[in-house]
Design a protein around this ligand. Structure first.
Ligand code: IVH
Length: 656
């Protein structure tokens, strides 16, 4: 089990599914119950937490835990590199270890003779809190180091944090049980670790990355920071893979920009990167100023969260009529841009977060994601803060706003005929990149075209001429011509794109592709019954009903006809080129096939019009099973689904 843990947390290369690990865990628990003499204190079963503490004891760090100086732009980094070179009296370039600045909390782990004996928070740097029982519940942290010759004493320093996905799950759980949600993964990690009841900590998915050292006794100090981290990984301590050794300021900046591009896709939050002089002898030579080392610096990203005041809450009307409350904010610089609006998603969300006009709030803008209001600051709420009330009529068209009881979203009931906001939204969706992909037709143009009653429907777009367009604000003949060319180009499209462009409720890109594949033609789709739609994989009753409703509206049928008359076309009919004997069939692959790799088999099935899914359900047509097929084969047999071997699959591909 420790080997599996090591593979998972240190090598980032899981060796068994979670369910298998849980099975081993229960087996070990049972074994320890019948043979208590075999249960050791570093057994994986000893990570479940203990009775609550009255308070945390104080721990004095044997080597103080320092902080880092901050840098925000390139010139700060060039100056840092200069100071380091001057301090070392070096002419050539310095080698730096670069790593991430994790947004969690710093911890010191003390290992004596390879056994975890104490864990303490950083506290004020000199003394922290003893959180050993809590830390023992963190599976990423080894209770015993993986070595036959451990040092007598080793203080490992690093960051405890919560991954984004685990944070989302925790908040969903908090919401379900009516408990307060955490504002961000850092708060969730801190709140989880500093629980007097470690059984609660045990239920929170905390992680750990090592990045430093305190006391070391009974082993040689590695020569460099990178060698230290390599040694840690060997000892079974998690070390983040996003690290490098680079030369000089150029190397530092290249690392910074590389990580900046990756930041949003990392599974955890970081607030910057950290640079450390790699050689430990050079680190010692440079020493410290006050409480920060001269040999290291944090290069921070612009903050993703900031405080500002809600000046008003207005509503926006989307293309499906969905009414979204939007907070109007006092301008604030966050995530690298000035933000004046932030979404509040829907009415329930406003109530749940209890955001009021006049509140001071935390605004978050991460990457290119639209800014959102995270929470209000209770201490800063003015006495006259006003609650938001959902308007009863649409601010754009005056139609009643309705909210079905079982839905979170209130909608304008005007539809696109009455409501200009819906019309604009629908048109913008129609021309968007993943739909008809009309370049150069943005929201400002659509806005003017609709407001000036030049167009009403998507079909009107294709009737536009240079004069109509060139008469608009910020439109020269040349750009008008470009829009017309883009419109012309968009006429040659694909069925899936066209279906998606129609903006049928609940029909996103993936569903549109599925519909195109299944029905092969627009006519077949428009005539499909609910029962026929339900045969399409991934389509349930709600989506089927929405599609039928869309095509039973004569205005929509008329629109499609007009668009086709305007020249929009796509290669229709699926069996024109090659026969597609597996059309509409879903396959699941399991086990090892005698000659085909799984990817090759999937490709062959898809080329024949079939679909490959990851799990077996009632919608599965066939399971293709090879050697050592497991639970998927069992499930197929239970559900009475046809099971094929490779030869039978090949025969099927050849038939028809
Ligand atoms: S090294 C003497 N490395 O940042 C060097 N700190 O401002 C001390 N942090 O309290 C810290 N990632 O909580 C270091 N890769 C990293 C870090 C890191 C995050 C945090 C840590 C520390 C604070 C210092």
């Amino acid at each position: 089990m420790n080997r599996h843990n090591y593979a998972y947390y240190v090598l980032d290369n899981p060796t068994i599914p979670d369910a298998e690990y849980d099975k081993l865990f229960r087996e070990l628990q049972a074994l320890e119950q019948t043979h208590p003499e075999l249960a050791s204190s570093d057994s994986p079963t000893q990570r479940v937490g203990a009775a609550p503490l009255p308070q945390f004891a104080q721990v004095t760090h044997s080597v103080p835990m320092l902080s880092l100086g901050n840098a925000f732009d390139d010139s700060d980094i060039i100056a840092f590199d200069r100071r380091v070179k001057d301090g070392l009296k070096l002419d050539g370039s310095v080698a730096y270890a670069t790593e991430l600045k994790f947004d969690g909390l710093a911890i010191n782990l003390r290992y004596e003779d390879g056994i975890l004996v104490q864990a303490a928070t950083r506290g004020d740097g000199a003394t922290g809190e003893n959180v050993t029982v809590n830390i023992r519940t963190v599976h990423a942290i080894p209770l015993r180091l993986r070595t036959a010759h451990p040092p007598r004493v080793l203080d490992v320093r690093g960051e405890v944090l919560m991954f984004k996905a685990d944070f989302a799950k925790l908040n969903a759980r908090q919401r379900d049980v009516g408990q307060k949600e955490f504002a961000n993964p850092r708060n969730a990690a801190a709140g989880s670790l500093r629980q007097l009841d470690s059984r609660i900590t045990a239920r929170r998915a905390l992680r750990f990355f090592s990045y430093g050292i305190g006391l070391l006794d009974g082993a040689d100090m590695p020569p460099s920071h990178s060698a230290l981290l390599d040694w840690y990984a060997e000892l079974g301590l998690p070390v983040c893979g996003e690290r490098a050794v680079v030369e000089g300021a150029d190397g530092l900046l290249a690392f910074f920009h590389g990580i900046g591009n990756k930041r949003a896709s990392l599974p955890y939050e970081i607030d910057g990167v950290v640079y450390k002089v790699n050689r430990l002898d050079q680190q010692r030579a440079l020493g410290f100023v006050s409480r920060a080392p001269r040999w290291a610096i944090a290069h921070k990203f612009p903050a993703e969260e900031a405080l500002t005041v809600v000046q008003g809450i207005e509503v926006q009307v989307g293309r499906t009529g969905a009414i979204t409350p939007v907070a109007r904010l006092a301008p604030v610089f966050v995530g690298g841009v000035t933000v004046t609006n932030a979404t509040l998603h829907n009415e329930d969300e406003v109530r749940r977060k209890d955001i009021r006009i006049g509140d001071t709030v935390i605004v978050r803008r991460a990457g290119d994601v639209i800014p959102e209001v995270v929470a209000f600051v209770p201490e800063a709420r003015p006495a006259d803060a006003r609650e938001f009330t959902m308007p009863s009529v649409c601010p754009v068209c005056g139609s009643p706003i309705v909210r079905p009881e079982d839905e979170a979203i209130a909608r304008c009931s005007g539809g696109w005929i009455k409501c200009a906001a819906q019309r604009k939204g629908g048109l913008l969706h129609f021309v968007s990149r993943r739909a008809m992909d009309v370049e150069g037709l943005g929201d400002q143009l659509i806005e003017q075209l609709v407001d000036k009653h030049i167009i009403t429907t998507a079909a009107d777009l294709y009737k536009l001429g240079v004069t109509a367009l060139a008469g608009l604000d910020r439109m020269a003949d040349r750009s008008a011509q470009n829009v017309l060319t883009a419109l012309e180009k968009s006429k040659k499209t694909a069925l899936a794109r066209f279906i998606y462009a129609l903006g049928i409720r609940h029909v996103g890109e993936a569903t549109a592709k599925e519909l195109a594949r299944h029905f092969g033609s627009m006519d077949a789709l428009t005539q499909a019954t609910e029962a026929q739609l339900l045969e399409v994989s991934d389509i349930g009753p709600v989506v089927a009903r929405s599609i039928v409703a869309f095509f039973s509206d004569s205005l929509n049928i008329e629109l499609i006809e007009q668009l086709r008359a305007a020249g929009i076309h796509w290669p229709e009919g699926v069996s024109e080129s090659k026969p597609k004997p597996l059309l509409g069939k879903t396959f699941v692959l399991t086990g090892t096939l005698p000659t085909l790799t799984r990817d090759a088999a999937a490709e062959m099935i898809e080329a024949a019009g079939g679909k490959v899914a990851g799990s077996v359900s009632r919608k599965t047509s066939c399971v293709v099973a090879g050697e050592e097929a497991g639970s998927k084969l069992v499930k197929a047999q239970e559900l009475g689904i046809t099971v094929l071997d490779e030869a039978a699959l090949r025969a099927l591909l050849k038939s028809d």
